[in-house]
Ligand binder design. Structure first.
Ligand code: FES
Ligand code: FES
Length: 165
């Protein structure tokens, strides 16, 4: 059996160390070694976005990244978005707009949308649809998801005291 690799990384703002097989994906390491089961496996081949996490500020499919590549990186998973008991605006509005049914795709959508809103607080509908094109949902028909992202962006603009440009 291949020896496990020791990995030191930062997950959701906290230092994290774990052992992973050389061929282990970041997705299974997050779920099985760190117990962060919010990140889901859909296709396992980089096609659906269900497993999206942020790595050093970029959205990555954790099913196609090796855990070993996480060494020294800064990772954000869905568990890192809420602030204590206070949900992230995207989480609040996904609930309010009923932008989920089975919910399997939801963590990936929210991670990707949060990354977009970090870059641009007032995206157009076309920009939201383009940004989320790599995230697939079998249930909602997408419109509710787009509305939830728009509503969260509006909330975040208000909180930041900004107006749309
Ligand atoms: Fe990773 Fe589908 S599970 S892209
Ligand atoms: Fe079921 Fe998106 S809510 S796949």
């Amino acid at each position: 059996m291949a020896r496990k690799i020791h990995i030191s990384t930062t997950v959701n703002g906290n230092e994290a160390e774990f052992l992973a097989r050389p061929d282990q994906t970041l997705l299974t390491a997050l779920r099985d070694e760190l117990g962060l089961t919010g990140t889901k496996e859909g296709c396992g081949s980089g096609d659906c976005g269900a497993c999206s996490v942020e790595v050093d500020g970029r959205v990555v499919c954790s099913c196609t990244m090796l855990a070993a590549e996480a060494e020294g990186r800064r990772i954000t998973t869905i568990e890192g978005l809420a602030s204590g008991a206070t949900l992230h605006p995207l989480q609040r509005h996904f609930l309010k707009e009923a932008a989920l049914q089975c919910g399997f795709c939801t963590p990936g959508f929210i991670i990707a949308a949060a990354n977009l809103l970090e870059r641009k607080i007032d995206p157009t509908e076309a920009e939201i649809r383009f940004w989320l094109a790599g995230n697939l949902c079998r249930c909602t028909g997408y419109d509710k998801i787009i509305r939830a992202v728009q509503a969260a962006a509006a909330d975040m603009r208000e909180t930041a005291g900004r107006t749309p440009t």
